[in-house]
Structure formats: C-alpha cells, structure tokens
Write a protein of this length. Structure first.
Length: 528
C-alpha cells in the first residue's frame, strides 16, 4: 500500500467518526455554483448545498448539521437543518402564544410570498399580506400555521393580523380629524426612486408622496429630498376612502411658480434659462424652478443645427406666454443676431463669396452660404446678355463664386454677371449710332443674322437691312452700320444698307467651311 492510499484510508476513518445530526462549526473555504466547501476540523472537507447559503463567501464562519457521509468520504451538511433545529422551539412558542415576528420578503410566487424568518422560510398567502409589499422589504407577521415534519419546519404567516391589531384604532382616530389641505409631518420609511417617498404619519397612517409632487421643478429624484427616518412636513392632497394611504405633496408647501412669474414675463421679452431636455421636436428650457418653456425645432437656430446639450445656458425670446395653461413658447434664434445681417457686415456689396446651389425655384435659385445664411440669385442677374433658362446656367449641388449685391429679406442677394464688367458700359463708351464696324457673323435665323461684338454682346442684322444679292458666310466678317443701341431693351440693331428706303431683295448665302448653310435656315423666309 502506498503513502497516498494510507493517507486516504486514515482520512476516511476519521470522517467515519462524525455522527449524523451533529452540529459542527464550519469555516467556508471554497464556493462554486453547486456547493459550499467548509473546513470542519478534519482533513476531509464538508459539503453544504449552495442553495442553502446563496450569499456566503470564503472565510465566513457558520454552523451546520451533519446529514450523511458521501460515498467519497466527505460529510454532507445542512445549514438549513441547523437553523430549523435551532429555532424550532422558539417558533413553536411564538405560534402557540400568538407573538409577532419580523421577516424579510424573499420572493413573490403565484400564491403568495416567501418570507425569511431568521433563516427559515415561511409562506404568506396574498390574502394574509398587506398592500404594496415588495421583494426585499421587511414585514412583521404572526404564525397562523406551524408544522414540524421530516422535511423540515413548515410555516404559514400573516401580516394582516399584525397590521389590523396595531393600526386599526389609532388610524381611525387620525383619519376622522384629517382633511385635504392639512399640513402633516411624517417619517420617511421608504424611498422608491421610480415612484416617490412613503411616510408614516403618527406611526400608523402611511402617506405617499409621489415624485411628481416633490417639486415644481424638473428634479424628481426622491433621494434629493429626503433620507430614511427623516421627517418631512407635507400637505394632504387626497384621502382615499379605504384609508390605507393618504396622498401628500411637498411642492404645494411652496407657491406655484407659474403664479409667481405671471406678472414678470411678457411676450417679446428675452429670458435666460437652462436646457433640460432635447427631443426631435425641439428643446425644453427651464427659465426658473418649475417654469419651463418649449423651443420648437425651427426656432433653435437659423441653420437648423442643434448645437446644445443638457445643461447649456441659453437666452430666448418669448413668443407665447399663458401662465394659466402653463404654456411658454420660446425662440433661441430670435434672441441671436440675424445671421444674414452679420454675414452682410463681413461681406458687403461687391464682395465675392462661394456658395452651393441648393434648389431652383422658377426664375430664381437659392444658394447655401453656410452658417444658416441663404442667398438668392434671380435670372436677371445671371448674365449681361439674355441668359435663357436658369437651369442652363446653374445646377443643384454645384459650388460657385457669386457677387454680393444686397440684403433681400432674410436672403443675401447674389449675382453672377456682376463678377464681370458690364459690356453695355463698354458698348456705350466705344460705339455710337451711325458708326460703321466690322463684326463676325455668329448665327442666322428666319428674322435675321446675329453679329458678335468683341465685348461679348450680339447685334441683330434684320433681313430687311441686308441688301439684295449680299453673300453671307457664318464665321465671316462683314461691315455694318449701327442703327440703334438700347441697353434698357438689351438690343443693338445693325444695317448693311446705305439707303434705308431700299426695298428688301434676295440674299445669297453660301455654306461655311464646316458645311453649315445659312440658306438652309433662311430659305423659308428668303428667296434663293
């Protein structure tokens, strides 16, 4: 036999000396999901089911009862059995004499509650429980059924028996005197961050302070208003007929802030506040405790951006104020400098700016200049010559340079043609009616021929002003005389005739080197 076998045999022999039912002090040395392993003074560790000690940790000192010796030699112990045996006489006496015990609600089941009384589980049916019981709460109960079986102690308890005996008379006397509007003092016995504060008035009547009644302001965290065992003075708001609870208010101990502020704010005023809520619809701004205003999304900024977060300090203009309805509508952007005016200060008339074409609306285009500033350019400001359709010059999404002209409402008026000199000014400086000039033939039409000036403008040579037998080529140069210069009408009229009374005669046309024949265009109006 080896050394290991001898040691194992010796350990098993020592373990066999442990008697079933024996109470043994234990020290927790290891905990896993199924078992708690304890040092019981022997070389073989004892094992206790984990479900009996869900909160135990290594190093804890406990006592347990030996149940049996496992096949491997380890003692199986029970902490639950130890507790039951320890308290069996105490619990039986409490049952027989009708004494009240304190327990902790462990869980809620389909039929009632499991209540822990000094480590022993008791069953409390729903019809024996008070109202508003929650898991983890402590309750005072009376044992109404007691059984000591082989499986352990079975208890049925009642909280109602205690409540009825202790509270009924005193509560009735208090309720007879109490009325809505009275101020009462209560001791805080429970704080629920989701619902509010429960107080005990004169030790018998529970008063519930909903978190909505804590303050006129937005802070509804009960922990910011009271602590357990602290006393609060509150106003009675509602007394239900059943008398189980009364409802009280802490905020009504102070003046309604909407009443207080109603004569201090007027439409058009600028007020200061703090952003307390941000949503898709807009912002909520607290002007003072209990008074909040709403800023619609379109009133936050001129560029549509929401550059605020909770806690941001802002100034806003009052758009609507109805204190009786607790209605306050605000505008942050209207309390700010107008961005188009600020833009125009930095970019006065004649400045050049870069913008992106946002959309085209009929004979005008809207241009995004950044920072919430929009520009507008009309068709008439696209070109010094006849511009044609606006879509032919500007494309949505295109980035372009524009000239700043003026402020037009909430827009910056822009132009493209103003980026270049006005050719009409040059025409008026360089040419006079009656002057002869040599111009290039640009295009032919049924009504005449367009000739191009070096300054970029076109002059019209009507058919009636072309002498008989004149040969014209596209791209060729011809000598003409200026009949009319009209910048207002955008028109320059030319003639090739010396005598304006000469009758209209046939015009002979020839094709250009490119193969384009003016005669093809003019043949319906001209004799070839």
């Amino acid at each position: 036999m080896g050394e290991f076998e001898r040691l194992l045999e010796k350990s098993l022999e020592e373990a066999k000396e442990i008697r079933r039912g024996e109470v043994i002090p234990c020290k927790v040395i290891k905990v896993d999901d199924r078992n708690v392993y304890v040092d019981i003074g022997y070389k073989v560790e004892g094992i206790i089911p984990r479900e009996e000690l869900p909160d135990v940790k290594e190093g804890d000192q406990i006592k347990a009862v030996v149940i049996k010796i496992a096949r491997g030699g380890s003692p199986i112990l029970s902490y639950k059995k130890y507790i039951e045996e320890k308290y069996v006489y105490f619990l039986r006496s409490a049952y027989e004499k009708g004494r009240f015990l304190t327990g902790k609600v462990k869980e809620k089941t389909q039929e009632g509650y499991t209540v822990d009384i000094n480590g022993i589980s008791a069953f409390m049916p729903y019809n024996e429980a008070g109202r508003r019981i929650k898991e983890g709460s402590r309750v005072v109960v009376k044992i109404i059924e007691f059984q000591n079986t082989k499986e352990g102690i079975k208890l049925k308890v009642s909280q109602k028996a205690y409540l009825a005996q202790q509270e009924k008379r005193k509560k009735e006397r208090l309720l007879e005197k109490l009325k809505v509007g009275d101020v009462v003092e209560g001791k805080v016995i429970k704080i629920d961050p989701e619902k509010g504060i429960t107080l005990l008035v004169q030790g018998v009547l529970r008063a519930f302070l909903p978190k909505e009644e804590l303050s006129w302001g937005r802070d509804k965290n009960p922990y910011n208003y009271a602590e357990i065992d602290e006393k609060l003075r509150v106003k009675v708001k509602r007394i239900p007929k059943d008398g189980e609870f009364i409802f009280v208010s802490l905020r009504e101990m102070k003046e309604n802030p909407w009443e207080k502020i109603k004569d201090k704010i007027n439409k058009g005023d600028t007020v200061s506040g703090k952003v307390v809520e941000i949503s898709e619809r807009g912002l909520v701004v607290e002007v003072q405790e209990g008074v909040e205003g709403f800023v619609p999304k379109e009133e936050i900024s001129y560029d549509g951006e929401v550059n605020y977060k909770k806690g941001s300090e802002v100034k806003a203009k009052v758009l609507e104020f109805e204190p009786a309805k607790k209605r306050l509508i605000l505008s942050i952007k209207r309390a700010l400098p107008k961005p188009w005016e600020e833009f125009f200060k930095k970019h006065p008339t004649g400045s050049k700016v870069i913008g992106t074409v946002e959309r085209i609306e009929g004979a005008k285009a809207i241009v995004d200049l950044g920072g919430g500033v929009k520009g507008v350019i009309h068709r008439s400001d696209l070109s010094w010559v006849r511009p044609g359709r606006i879509e032919e010059v500007l494309k949505v999404g295109e980035q372009k340079e524009f000239a700043v002209l003026a402020i037009e409402g909430r827009f910056i008026k822009l132009g493209l043609k103003q980026l270049t000199p006005n050719p009409w000014d040059l025409i008026k400086q360089r040419y006079q009616v009656g002057q002869k000039v040599i111009l290039r033939v640009k295009s032919a039409h049924p009504f005449g021929v367009f000739l191009e000036f070096p300054e970029g403008l076109d002059g019209l040579l009507p058919l009636s002003e072309i002498p008989k037998g004149t040969e014209i080529k596209e791209g060729s140069e011809v000598e003409v005389k200026i009949l009319e210069i009209s910048p207002e009408d955008g028109r320059i009229t030319l003639t090739m005739k010396e005598d304006k009374e000469e009758k209209k005669e046939e015009v002979i046309t020839t094709s250009s080197e490119s193969g384009f024949t003016l005669g093809d265009i003019l043949k319906k109006k001209m004799k070839l």
